[in-house]
Design a protein around this ligand. Sequence first.
Ligand code: SF4
Ligand code: SF4
Length: 409
Amino acid sequence: MNSFEQKIQSVGCQLTKGPIEVLQVNLGKLCNLACVHCHVEAGPTKTRENMNRETAEAVVRFMGRLKVRAYCNTPLRLDLTGGAPELNPSFRYLVVEARKRDIHVIDRCNLTVLFVPGQEDLAEFLASRKVEIIASLPCYLKENVDKQRGKGVFDESIKALQMLNGLGYGKKPVPGTAGPPARLPARQAGEAGTGFSNLSRNVPGTVDDFEQKGKHGGPPLQLNLVYNPVGPHLPPNQEDLEKDYKERLREDWGIEFNKLYAITNMPITRYAKYLKAFNQYETYTQLLINSFNPATLDGLMCRNTLSVSWDGRLYDCDFNQALGMPIRQAQGNGERSRTMQMRNGKPMTIFDLLFTGTRYGRDRFCNLLFMNLSRNVPGTGLEGRRIETGNHCFGCTAGAGSSCQGTLK
Ligand code: SF4
Ligand code: SF4
């Protein structure tokens, strides 16, 4: 048993899967950047590890079935990540198919990809399909961003955020977050913003009407930013940091956004190598262990997320995916749910979760899955199954906790 399992057992917890509310699809490792903290070790040379159309189509069929069967109370979210997911030829296909089914789509965007040749219309495409953008910006200071992500990344990120604001992104705060923006962003870097009072709220055709509906009509376009520490320490308080980010980005660049997610760097893969090269690995991992917070366990993202890799394999989260720890078909050892006890420990794939037209066809697993659904038991057959953990999980439970949606408590 790993140290993380021992720790959670000592507080009476066992991590098990609940209903799937987030289908997180990693389209591959191709990226126009090669950041030092990247847990998927993505980069411009990773052209092999990318999702093909057959797998993308399987994802569409699976999410369609989840949606059609009103599988869970919380609306299903399709969370597209990578690499730079937008560089995969099936990215736009997945977005279009999800939106046709009224499924909320999140694009985890590195911002600079908007300026990659061939992606000139990407921002417009995302806005027209009302895709939520979660964009990496590890600091509001150029020096820190360029240190972590590469020279020139900060300037391009600022340009991209201004362009997204111009399309209507980030104009209205999500309820329950830091206060409303005081003014519209300037259209160009360094330009002063323009102040607007509440007097013009909800008047058709005014700036506030535009703010609420976005350029493409309908609900406002969400633009959320991701902070992760530049050094080997835990993120500061997310709310305080969000206020700082909003103030600095608005004052310096006229940029508005909705929420800031503070995420802990996971000491695995490329970031682990980086820490080891600077003799900081032991100190950092010990910090995560010492900062274990049991209050984060209920909100861990692996409880409601199904992570699909570029080759269709299934994981409990993107970190397990990066570490090659797939969800396995159970071997009947009594520890896993009944529906999982029929295969022989092979990694499961998205094709296993489909009823028909897959490499497995209508097999026993699929029949049990169908029975589950037809009895109105919300499930994919994964519910109740124990989540694969490792010592890296301390990265999610340290301090205020960490997930793809920021802190946990
Ligand atoms: S952290 Fe994101 S932007 Fe940076 S290399 Fe990895 S996938 Fe690309
Ligand atoms: S790394 Fe985090 S999200 Fe993944 S299984 Fe561990 S605790 Fe869950």
